[in-house]
Each structure stands twice: as structure tokens, then as C-alpha cells.
Design a protein. Structure first.
Length: 217
């Protein structure tokens, strides 16, 4: 029986790709760069906003990258809930986990202020044990520091923890933190990436996560 489920945010709890892509395109457009099709952002996100900007415009010098970051955040802070939506079954999953007294937490490479705003908007009725985003003094995933921070806020034996995400970054984060990983197939990356990253489990519906939580193995 698991006692804590740690979730990635983008591509796991919420489909955020349109709002992320629109914010990045706004920054690129404002600075005179070419925009990208929203579908291409599935492979640009996952390592934090700075890496997203660097992937979107790899030839930008550092000062331009900083300006693009500033423009991205200005836009995203206002528009981060325009098109974003929870995946089917996620609300029900979170409620059921809490009903069973299983703690839930979020660890994301999205910057902290955006994590708090988005979670507060879409899941105001969920009691999260920890809401952790990217902050200056903590490296981004797949460094496991953010998982350790979540465990500090909600002490739980690692054997009783599940880490749920949609990408190789998440599976590597879980591996480095020495916790069991669950790859979800409804997110931004293909199943092949999750398999190649040695996910401990791969699920196709949120309901399957409940079965893993209850597993005695």
C-alpha cells in the first residue's frame, strides 16, 4: 500500500501544451523570431522554461534568451489557464486518493508561482501535501532534489511512494530518488519513451494508478 503519490504537473495532471506554446510563440513573435506549431512543443517542454526557450530559439545569445524568458512569463502569468485543462479522470483520482488517506504532492519544472496559480485554479478542493515548482536554489528534474523536498514536507518511507509522470525526465527523476515510477500514456511523450526510460509501471487510465497504490507487492 502506497501512502504518498507524487505527480508531475504538465502532461500528467493537466494538458498545458497550448498555453505553454502560445506563451513561447508570443515571446518569439515579439522579438522577431519565427513561431512554432503547437504540436512541436510536446518535445520542447519538460525541463523548465529556460530550456523551453533555448529549444525554441537555440541561436539566441544569452541576453536575448533572458528577454524571451521575461516575455514568456509576462504572457504566461496572465494566460496560463486559457486553454489548459485536467485530463479525464484526474479530479476523480485525486479525490479518491485523499478519500483513502493517501497523500498527494506535485513536483514540477514549471516555475513556482505558476505551479501555485494553476493548481489553485484547477484543484482548489484538493489538499496537497506539497506543491513544488522550479526555484533558483534547486536544480530541475531529473535531479531528484525536488522529490527529496517533497519528502521533507511530507515524510514517507520511499517504499510507500509512487512517482507519476509522462516523460523520460520523470522516470529518471524517480530512479535517482529511488522511488517507484509510473509512466502515464495520456501526456506529451509516447509510450516508447517511457519504456526506454525503464518506467516501473505504464498506465493508460488514471484508475490504474489506484490499483498500483493498493498493491501489496
Amino acid at each position: 500500500m502506497k501512502k504518498l503519490v507524487i505527480f508531475d504537473l504538465d502532461g500528467t495532471l493537466l494538458n498545458t501544451i497550448a498555453d505553454l506554446g502560445n506563451a513561447c510563440n508570443y515571446a518569439l513573435r515579439t522579438m522577431g523570431f519565427s513561431e512554432h506549431a503547437l504540436s512541436t512543443y510536446n518535445y520542447m517542454v519538460g525541463n523548465g522554461v529556460r530550456k523551453l526557450i533555448e529549444r525554441a530559439e537555440p541561436d539566441a545569445d544569452p541576453s536575448v534568451t533572458e528577454e524571451l524568458l521575461k516575455l514568456f512569463r509576462e504572457y504566461y502569468d496572465v494566460h496560463c489557464t486559457d486553454l489548459t485543462a485536467p485530463y479525464n479522470g484526474i479530479h476523480e483520482l485525486l479525490h479518491e486518493l485523499r478519500k483513502r488517506d493517501v497523500k498527494v504532492a506535485v513536483t514540477s519544472n514549471k516555475y513556482q508561482a505558476a505551479v501555485e496559480k494553476i493548481i489553485g485554479h484547477y484543484f482548489p478542493d484538493i489538499d496537497f501535501a506539497a506543491l513544488l515548482g522550479q526555484v533558483e536554489d534547486r536544480p530541475v528534474k531529473p535531479d531528484p532534489s525536488i522529490v527529496f523536498a517533497a519528502l521533507n514536507e511530507s515524510p514517507t518511507p520511499k517504499a510507500e511512494v509512487l512517482y507519476v509522470g509522462d516523460s523520460a525526465v520523470d522516470m529518471e527523476t524517480a530512479r535517482r530518488a529511488c522511488v517507484e515510477s509510473v509512466g502515464v500514456t495520456w501526456g506529451f511523450r509516447p509510450v516508447s519513451e517511457l519504456r526506454a526510460a525503464y518506467a516501473d509501471h505504464i498506465v493508460y487510465t488514471p484508475e490504474e494508478i489506484l490499483k498500483l497504490v493498493e498493491s501489496q507487492e
